[in-house]
Write a protein that binds this ligand. Structure first.
Ligand code: ASP
Length: 332
């Protein structure tokens, strides 16, 4: 498919599909939390920025080639699931009994179809399995053994739970179990309990919005605990008439306030811009509950928004003008 740069409204340019004339855009996140420049070495910062860029570009390439927003969301998330830097797939955190249990969900805003999996232990890319549920099951959400038996029936490759083992996450678990999260912050610049969940939202050249989220959950989570990430309406939501949202933060609060759906509902019912709707929920409602976190979102005109009440959020986007941005801290 051919792309053109069309000049619109006083020299601002929009990346539009040559066939449909519609804009494309994608945003991703890699978790929100206590992210301070002074706590992060230049090397580590560069590694995060490079992977965020790889991820957002992987999704954008699909959109540029005329692919669907769901495909783009998946491609972007797979890059982060395969990286040890993020709390999803390969780099996931440990449960209190030293295992890895993964959650993921994906939603298609064109027909409100959705797929979700939780408590996954042997599938390398849970977001692919969530998408398989969306495409090939009458159900929306599978847990644990049932999810993996569905994966087997769909020909998924299985990996040992050890595939997800990293020293960094083992040490993190030990520190959290010893009640020593302060040291962790200075030692490896990260928030020990809940940082690094990944997500993506995109709009394709047919105007379809999709959103997806993938996570290992929270360090030291109790066996069987399920967070917001696989719950449609809490961690993930997409509706072509309103917006697409992927969230990250303290999952229990995101579930209790149905964060992703609440934001889209505010857009739809109140007729307010997505940024305002997101800020109402993230900067006010969640803050009132003392809940930390953030979201990425995309509205029906392919405008991208970020909103977070934490010190930082790993994030990147290629907006409707084709401009790339990669940020970690509050402003940079
Ligand atoms: N929301 C995730 C959960 O509670 C964690 C995170 O986003 O950092 O499982």
């Amino acid at each position: 498919m051919r792309y053109i740069l069309s000049v619109v409204l006083m020299l601002s340019v929009t990346m539009v599909d040559a066939d449909t004339g519609k804009p494309i855009a994608i945003a991703i996140h890699g978790g929100a939390g206590t992210l301070l420049k002074e706590n992060m070495s230049e090397e580590v910062e560069a590694a995060y920025r490079a992977t965020l860029e790889d991820s957002v570009r992987a999704g954008y390439e699909i959109l540029k080639a005329g692919g669907g927003s769901r495909e783009a969301v998946m491609a972007a998330i797979v890059v982060m699931e395969d990286s040890v830097l993020f709390n999803a797939g390969k780099g996931a955190v440990f449960t209190s009994d030293r295992r890895v249990e993964l959650d993921a969900s994906i939603m298609d805003g064109s027909d409100l179809n959705a797929g979700a999996v939780t408590g996954i232990r042997h599938i390398r890319n849970p977001i692919r399995l969530a998408n398989e549920v969306l495409e090939h099951s009458v159900h929306v959400m599978f847990m644990g053994e049932g999810a993996e038996s569905f994966a087997r029936s769909r020909g998924f490759e299985f990996v040992d739970n050890d595939y997800f083992y990293t020293e960094r996450r083992r040490k993190q678990l030990e520190r959290v179990q010893a009640g020593n999260t302060e040291t962790a912050l200075s030692e490896d610049f990260t928030d020990d309990q809940k940082l690094g969940t990944v997500g993506a939202v995109a709009m394709d050249s047919r105007g379809n919005i999709a959103a997806g989220t993938s996570t290992g959950g929270m360090t030291n989570k109790q066996f069987g605990r399920i967070g917001d990430s696989p719950i449609i309406g809490a961690g993930t939501y997409a509706d072509n008439d309103a917006c697409g949202i992927s969230g990250t933060g303290h999952g229990e609060y995101f579930i209790r306030t149905s964060v992703a759906h609440d934001i889209c509902a505010r857009v739809l019912y109140k007729g307010i811009p997505l940024q305002q709707a997101a800020d109402e929920v993230i900067l006010h409602r969640l803050v009132d509950m003392e809940a930390e976190g953030g979201i990425i979102g995309i509205d029906r005109n392919a405008n991208i928004v970020f909103s977070f009440n934490s010190k930082g959020m790993y994030r990147a986007a290629i907006d409707r003008e084709g401009a790339l941005s990669v940020k970690i801290f509050k402003h940079q």
